[in-house]
Design a protein around this ligand. Structure first.
Ligand code: SAM
Length: 213
């Protein structure tokens, strides 16, 4: 992976994402990390955070567990920020930035205990392939917590309030991502990937795919 297409997750876009993650979104990461641990019951072993961005979920999960986590992203600019954040948090021994694409994950079959991903699948160009890749690298007994969410409805409401000032288009974009139409498309793509062993955990603030192997 040497080329990096210019998009909202490169250059200044990566810096903006980090600022939002450190600002209005900051309270959601420890909450989601705890939801992952409670739901998946996997608190040690190898974990991958796909589309980690500036690394805040990976860091919160590492802080709350004994997991060793690869913070994987296709954007070199995001990973540079993630590396800085991880070092500053003193987590560099257990959270490792990795450049990679969800369509071609750089891991052996059945080699990963836990796969998490927040807010990234809405940008995956070929989710059927991505879901197949995720299942391929999951070990028997492993689990996923892949989707999007804001922790709790109250946290989502507080973020929406703050984001109205920062980005007037954000609320509509967030609503579209978690729309019934989009969720139905994701369910169909899971089926197309041949994935049958999964649960969806959803409420007004979240949509998570819990796959098992
Ligand atoms: N997970 C982080 C969070 O919740 O703060 C960042 C979410 S950000 C909205 C989406 C991230 O997914 C970006 O960092 C982007 O570079 C990454 N991404 C998009 N498509 C990807 C792909 N095909 N493979 C790996 N990462 C991808």
């Amino acid at each position: 992976m040497t080329e990096q297409p210019h998009n909202q997750f490169t250059g200044r876009g990566a810096g903006r994402m980090d600022a939002i993650a450190k600002g209005p979104f900051a309270p959601i990461y420890p909450v989601i990390a705890q939801q992952i641990l409670d739901t998946c019951s996997i608190s040690a072993g190898r974990c991958i955070d796909i589309g980690c961005g500036p690394g805040h979920l990976a860091m919160a999960l590492a802080a709350a567990s004994d997991l060793v986590i690869d913070a994987l992203d296709s954007s070199a600019d995001m990973l540079e920020i993630a590396e800085h954040n991880i070092r500053k948090a003193g987590l560099a021994d257990r959270v490792h930035p990795v450049r990679g694409d969800v369509n071609d994950l750089p891991y052996d079959d059945g080699s990963v205990d836990l796969i998490v991903s927040r807010g990234s699948l809405f940008f995956w160009e070929n989710r059927v392939r991505a879901f197949s890749e995720i299942r391929r690298i999951l070990r028997p007994g492993g689990r996923t917590f892949v989707g999007g969410g804001f922790g709790t409805p109250a946290l989502k409401a507080a973020i929406t309030e703050k984001m109205r000032e920062i980005d007037p288009e954000w609320e509509a974009k967030a609503a579209e991502r978690l729309s019934r139409k989009n969720k139905d498309a994701i369910r169909r793509e899971l089926e197309q990937a041949g994935i049958t062993a999964y649960d969806i955990h959803e409420d007004e603030a979240a949509f998570w795919i819990i796959m098992e192997r």
